[in-house]
Every structure is written in C-alpha cells, then in structure tokens.
Write a protein that binds this ligand. Structure first.
Ligand code: CAA
Length: 393
C-alpha cells in the first residue's frame, strides 16, 4: 500500500492549484452572484492541458493518469464547484466514454477538440420523466435510411447551453421498455436546441439546461458502439463520473474547512480565540477527519479505475460518503463562523449551497446505496474493467 502521490501527480495537482487560486477563486463569488458561466476559464484550462488531463497524448490530451484528473477536479472545486462540475462532465461523461466505446473515427473527430477545451461536452441522459430510473427514457431514435432520426427532450443537462458535443441517449428499439432498448449517440451541438437554462440553489457558474432534439437526422456513424444494449455505456460512464463528483465534494468540503480553521484562529469571543474552545475544536477535528476519509475513499476508487480493476462499488461508496461529508461539514463551517457564515461576506454559504447537489446528481445517495447493496448482496458483479477506457484514460 502506497499513500504518496507520484511526482507527476503532484505536479498536475500543483498546476491546478495555482490556476484555481489565481484565476478562479478570486472571481467565484461574482460568478455565483451574476450566474455567469466563465467560458474563457475553460479555454485557459485547455491551454494548460487540464480539459483532457487523462486523455492519451495521441488524442490531444495531457496523457496523465486518472488519479491526476481527480486531483485536478478536487482543486478546481475547492475554488469553484461550478467550474469543477463543468470539467467533470466534459471529461468523465463525454471525452472518456468516446475514447472507451467510440470507433477510431469518432475518437479522432471528437476527442482532440474536447481535450483542448475548444469544444465542451455534455451528457444528455436525464429526461423530465426519467431521473433515477434512467433506463425508462423516452427520446426515440428511429432508423431512417443511412442513419437515424432522433426526437425527444432532455432535462438538467450540465454544460447544455455551451456544449458543442453531446452524448445523447435514445431508445433505438421502441418495442423494448427499460434499459435494454437504449443506445448512445455522439451528436453535434448544432443539432440540439436549448429550450431553458435552469435556476438553481447553487453551482451558479455552471450551466444546467433543458434541450430539445426535434426530428434531427444523424448519420449511422454517430452511434457509439452497436445499437441496443448500450445502456451499459451510461452505467459504465457513471461509474467513473461518480468518482469525479466525489472529488468535487472533497474539494468543496476542504474549502469550507480552510475558511473555518482560519476564522477560528482569528475570531475572539469571551476573551479568547474561538479555536481555544473545545466546542469549536471538536468541529474542526471532525471536519479534518471526515474530509480525509472521503479523500482516501475517492483516491482509492480512482486508483482502482486506473488499474482497470472493478470500481463500481468503490466509486459509489466514495460518492455516497464524500457528498454527505460535504453537505454536513459545509453546514458546520457556517456554524463556526456564526452570523458571518450566513452572510455573503464569507464564501461558506456558497459552499453549503453548492455541496447539496453532490448528493443528487450522477445518481442520488439513495441510488448509490442501491448500487452498493446490490454488490454486497452479490446480485450484481462488478463489470467495469471490461469497459474501462484504454491507456491512461
Ligand atoms: N457497468 C456496466 N453495465 C452495467 C452497470 C455498470 N456499472 N450497471 C448496470 N449495467 C447494465 C446491466 O448489466 C444491464 O445490462 P443488460 O440489460 O445487458 O443485462 C443494464 O445495464 C441495466 O442495468 P440494471 O438492470 O441494473 O438497470 P436498472 O434499471 O435496475 O437501473 C440504476 C440501475 C443503478 C438504478 C441506474 O438506472 C442508475 O444508475 N440510475 C441513476 C441515474 C443517474 O445516475 N443519473 C445521472 C445523470 S447524469 C448527471 O447527473 C451528470 C451531471 O450533471 C453531473
């Protein structure tokens, strides 16, 4: 067992940290207040190689390992969780599945642009009637000459208003209900209409959009892998994506802890620093311990994935635990700051609002428990290695 990061992992982490501290954190409050999507940041991240950290170099990426990518998500999310989720969905839910499941032509066409950050990716699975029960989606892809006609609507799509490449899940077999009739397509942004940008509790610097795909013809070469039975693409993608959301949760919790610790050492009441009071010390001790436990679960899941080992269970456990830590400990950080914590003068109220979503998207905590329970009860074997991305991804 080896707990230290490699030199390369530390370098990637430092690169992301310096960028996050210098170019993201100082603007995060304004982006949150104005609900503005910082598109230019993703161009700069692309120039640094951070929009395709774990994408192989021959496809235009930085060629680092999956854990390096997870370290980047943690650092970005520490500064701004909206930036974190934008990069997470772009990479885990679009670029990596195209590498893992796409044809050579699809890889060459889409991945270099995504890895450079010139194009953003979006993962269009969820619909108004199919959230946790993702396999019941209704968007239809009907065979049409030398391709398909896709018709349907998608909801809550991260990056929806800014993406140029969409992974769209549609039912290719109308006769089959449930996950078995679903296939994945790589669709150009020009074929997709944004019908609404969502108002949210937090993550205001990220885009969450509703989409319409109105009888759009797409060629046969847009199908990712063969038709039908490709709901597994969605599931395997989410196996990796959930590790990214766990890293996002760790980053948010760490940011809240950092503010609480600094404040506790400066704030004086009853003639002493509040850090001298055991009530505050216990909060800080719990925060430090829980965040470290969440981080270790997350890094372990990432390590399993990059070794090509089963990681469905480990990823679900990491996301379940880290998201609960983020929600709980951002609340505790507000408590340490008292009245100041409830105001916009400090960022902890933003962390608290941002943390909540980590218990919901990429599978709610209840869905993570279902995944974990199925493994514990051995009703489902972990099948991720067979579909793990090749090489460094
Ligand atoms: N890897 C590969 N294949 C898998 C798999 C995995 N981890 N898990 C299941 N599968 C396969 C199954 O073997 C089955 O394939 P066959 O039909 O060929 O046998 C198929 O997928 C269907 O599996 P289930 O029978 O287990 O399906 P289910 O209907 O019981 O649903 C579920 C399982 C776990 C509840 C699933 O629907 C789920 O994860 N729901 C949550 C959806 C979700 O996470 N949405 C996130 C939206 S994206 C997002 O949030 C991005 C963002 O913005 C941040």
């Amino acid at each position: 067992m080896e707990f230290s990061l490699t030199t390369e992992q530390r370098e990637v982490q430092a690169l992301a940290r310096v960028f996050a501290d210098g170019e993201i954190a100082p603007h995060a409050a304004a982006w949150d207040r104005d609900h503005s999507f910082p598109r230019a940041v993703f161009t700069k991240l692309g120039e640094l190689g951070l929009m395709g950290v774990c994408v192989p170099e021959e496809l235009g990426g930085a060629g680092a390992d999956f854990l390096s990518y997870i370290l980047v998500l943690e650092e970005l999310s520490r500064a701004d969780a909206g930036v974190g989720v934008t990069v997470a969905v772009h990479t885990s839910a679009v670029t990596l599945p195209i590498i893992a499941f796409g044809t050579p032509a699809q890889r060459e066409r889409f991945v270099p642009e995504l890895a450079a950050g010139r194009v953003l990716g979006a993962f269009a699975l969820t619909e108004s009637g199919s959230g946790s029960d993702a396999g019941s989606l209704r968007t239809a892809a009907t065979p049409d000459g030398d391709g398909w006609t896709i018709a349907g609507a998608k909801q809550w799509i991260t990056n929806g208003s800014h993406a140029g490449t969409f992974l769209v899940f549609a039912r290719t077999d109308a006769a089959v209900d449930g996950p078995r009739g679903v296939s994945a397509f790589v669709v150009d942004g020009s074929d997709i209409e944004v019908t609404r940008e969502e108002e949210k509790l937090g993550l205001n610097s990220s885009s969450t959009a509703d989409l319409r795909i109105a009888d759009v013809f797409v060629g046969r070469d847009t199908l990712l892998h063969e038709a039908g039975h490709r709901f597994a693409v969605a599931m395997a993608t989410l196996d990796g994506g959930r590790i990214g959301i766990a890293a996002q949760a760790v980053g948010i919790a760490q940011a809240a802890y950092d503010v609480a610790l600094r404040y506790a050492k400066e704030r004086e009441q009853f003639g002493s620093r509040i850090a001298d009071f055991q009530a505050i010390q216990f909060k800080l001790a719990d925060m430090a311990t829980e965040i470290e436990a969440a981080r270790l679960l997350t890094y372990r899941a990432a390590w399993l994935k990059q070794q090509g080992l089963p990681h469905t269970l480990a990823g679900a456990q990491a996301k379940l635990f880290a998201s609960a830590v983020a929600r709980r400990q951002t609340g505790e950080a507000i408590q340490v700051l008292g009245g100041y914590g409830y105001t916009k003068e400090f960022p902890v109220e933003r962390y608290y609002r941002d943390a909540k979503i980590t218990e919901i998207y990429e599978g709610t905590s209840e869905i993570q428990r279902i995944v974990i329970a199925r493994h514990i009860l051995a009703e489902q074997t972990d099948r991720t290695p067979a579909s793990a991305p090749p090489a460094s991804g």
